[in-house]
Design a binder for this molecule. Structure first.
Ligand code: GRF
Length: 200
């Protein structure tokens, strides 16, 4: 099966997917990496793994007076060329509208989010969980992989895992613990969906 990965930054989750395809724990080929940022370090990871890359910044559309919807439609067209069985959002920081999602059956687009279902949707989830813990509002947090629908971080759950928060944790400690769970869960989520899609 063919996977297209969308990133916006460091790409540690992309790296986890690359490593998994190389060591056989993810029986798929990453055929394209799209970044919404030209400066994303994840692009270097893709290049090092000889994976084609596409830099597709939203700002260029804004500068040209084009709409967000045009961006989504064009992004979908460019990705369709690669005929992905699965699109993985791995640190992708843009909300994708139904103009994009409708091109790929909802089950074919999955997202990794560093929080438990319904807890801290949107950006900066780890920091928001840490601060909620410090206020005594939560005892633990987690990571999830879910199917992407237009509502942010709200699609059908594929896999999730709780992550402990320790009294001694700094925000950095929690981020490190969460990222290590992410790197495992993004591969598990991709495998689960590919199995469901029964693509080989
Ligand atoms: C991760 O916490 C991811 O879940 C979030 O962005 C962070 C960066 O991930 N969306 P990566 O290192 O760019 O994969």
């Amino acid at each position: 099966p063919r996977i297209v990965v969308l990133i916006s930054g460091y790409g540690s989750n992309l790296q986890a997917l690359i490593d998994a395809t190389e060591n056989g724990t993810l029986k798929a080929t990453i055929t394209l990496v799209v970044s919404s940022k030209a400066t994303a370090y994840g692009l270097k990871r893709a290049e090092a793994a000889n994976i084609p890359t596409l830099v597709f910044p939203l700002q260029a559309y804004r500068d040209a007076g084009k709409s967000r919807i045009e961006y989504d439609i064009d992004l979908a067209a460019k990705i369709k060329v690669y005929e992905p069985d699965l699109i993985v959002l791995a640190g992708w920081m843009l909300i994708l509208s139904s103009e994009f999602l409708d091109h790929f059956a909802p089950k074919n687009v999955i997202n990794l989010h560093p929080a438990l279902p319904g807890q801290f949707n949107g950006t900066d989830a780890i920091r928001r969980a840490y601060e909620a813990y410090k206020r005594g509002e939560i005892q633990k947090t987690g990571v999830m992989v879910h199917k992407v629908i237009p509502e942010v971080d709200s699609g059908e759950l594929i896999v999730s895992e709780e992550v402990a928060i320790l009294e001694t944790d700094t925000l950095d400690d929690l981020q490190t613990r969460i990222h290590s769970v992410e790197h495992r869960l993004i591969v598990a989520g991709a495998n689960k969906i590919l199995h469901e899609l029964n693509v080989h």
